[in-house]
Design a protein around this ligand. Structure first.
Ligand SMILES: [Zn+2]
Length: 349
């Protein structure tokens, strides 16, 4: 079968090539790939900056934002031929650490977890893949190709859950939320925050195009420019850009007792923003919580599925701005200015 593979840490090694059929050991359910979303992590892996092949193998099958159709449900109940499924990305570490032992692999404390398409286990960018029943999530068939948005949605389901947990440390009635960065994660965050009844604001560099339109269609307010100029002090911020200056300004602008969730991953950057000590002082004096959030456990996958199923399908479909064939995977990985979510489609839905 064909698969999109890469030799991790070696730039220029990504290819669409023939590999053996998926190994029975990868799970009792055999799935035909429908579509796989592309994200920044895939780009980093292809650029040789990240990723690990399975032990003893040269290549890694790429892809962690899956959608597939069950071909053979295997002996375990719960799935039938034709079901649309999405595969969970992370697997608990083998030790396991206490978090993995209780199913909270998103909070793995020893770093020995594995991740499909990223860390030591093959991903979903192959014509067929296998999965264990306990790591397959059924998608409402009426969602169609929008099921490919489930994985990015889980990141927000976790982030919003963590914000609620942290909010319980005191009397707290959040009314406003700012989302920085209007990529797929930011826009899904804005959607779920709106569905939760919050007054939603989104900030991004783009001044025109699909991003501001999508934000306004949600009934949310769009800002471009500095966080310091938004004109209010948000109760909550979900930071999806990973840009140092945006993070520093978010700490300055957030309201007293505010919760700042860092969900974006950045690198370096110019150190022109305020010092760490000044940021810490701002956090101390106003009881601000700054926390990082990554990945998701099964509870978040379930919640994200519920949220997506209730969301406006017409709006969701506008998040998928480009669909490419597997052989054109390099084009899918090359970001264009108007891209929100690019999807590689393996078979008809
Ligand atoms: Zn662990």
């Amino acid at each position: 079968m064909k698969a999109i593979t890469v030799e991790p840490k070696k730039p220029g090694t990504a290819k669409y090539m023939d590999i053996p059929e998926p190994n029975q050991g990868e799970g009792s359910i055999l799935v035909e790939a429908v579509a796989v979303g592309v994200c920044g992590t895939d780009v980093e892996i292809v650029e040789g900056k990240y990723g690990w092949a399975p032990h003893g193998q040269q290549y890694l099958v790429l892809g962690h934002e899956s959608l597939g159709r069950v071909v053979d449900p295997g002996p375990t109940g719960g799935f039938k031929k034709g079901d649309l499924v999405v595969g969970i990305v992370r697997r608990p570490d083998p030790v396991p650490c206490p978090n993995c032992a209780v199913g909270e692999w998103d909070m793995c404390s020893n770093g020995l977890y594995t991740e499909r398409g990223i860390k030591e286990i093959h991903g979903y960018m192959s014509e067929r893949w296998r999965i264990e029943p306990e790591y397959a999530i059924k998608v409402d068939p009426s969602m169609g190709i929008l099921g490919v948005l489930l994985e990015p949605a889980t990141v927000l389901a976790k982030a919003l859950e963590q914000i609620v947990f942290i909010g319980r440390r005191s009397y707290w009635e959040p009314k406003t939320i700012l989302v920085t960065g209007a990529g797929p994660i930011g826009l899904l965050g804005a959607l779920f925050a709106k569905m939760s009844g919050l007054e939603v604001h989104v900030l991004d560099r783009a001044e025109t195009g699909a991003k501001p339109d999508l934000v306004r269609e949600l009934g949310a307010t769009y800002h471009s420019g500095s966080v310091l100029d938004i004109g209010f002090h948000p109760d909550t911020i979900i930071e999806c850009t990973g840009v140092g200056q945006v993070i520093a300004e978010s700490i300055q602008q957030i309201g007293a007792n505010g919760i700042l969730c860092l969900a974006g991953i950045g690198h370096g950057g110019a150190n022109r923003s305020a010092s760490v000590a000044d940021m810490a002082a701002a956090a101390v004096l106003r009881n601000i919580v700054i926390f990082g959030s990554v990945n998701a456990n099964k509870r978040h996958w379930y919640k994200a599925g519920q949220w997506l199923a209730r969301a406006d399908r017409a709006w969701l479909s506008k998040l998928i701005t480009r669909i490419e064939k597997p052989e054109n995977f390099m084009s899918a990985l090359n970001r264009k200015p108007d891209d929100i979510k690019v999807v590689i489609q393996f078979s008809d839905i």
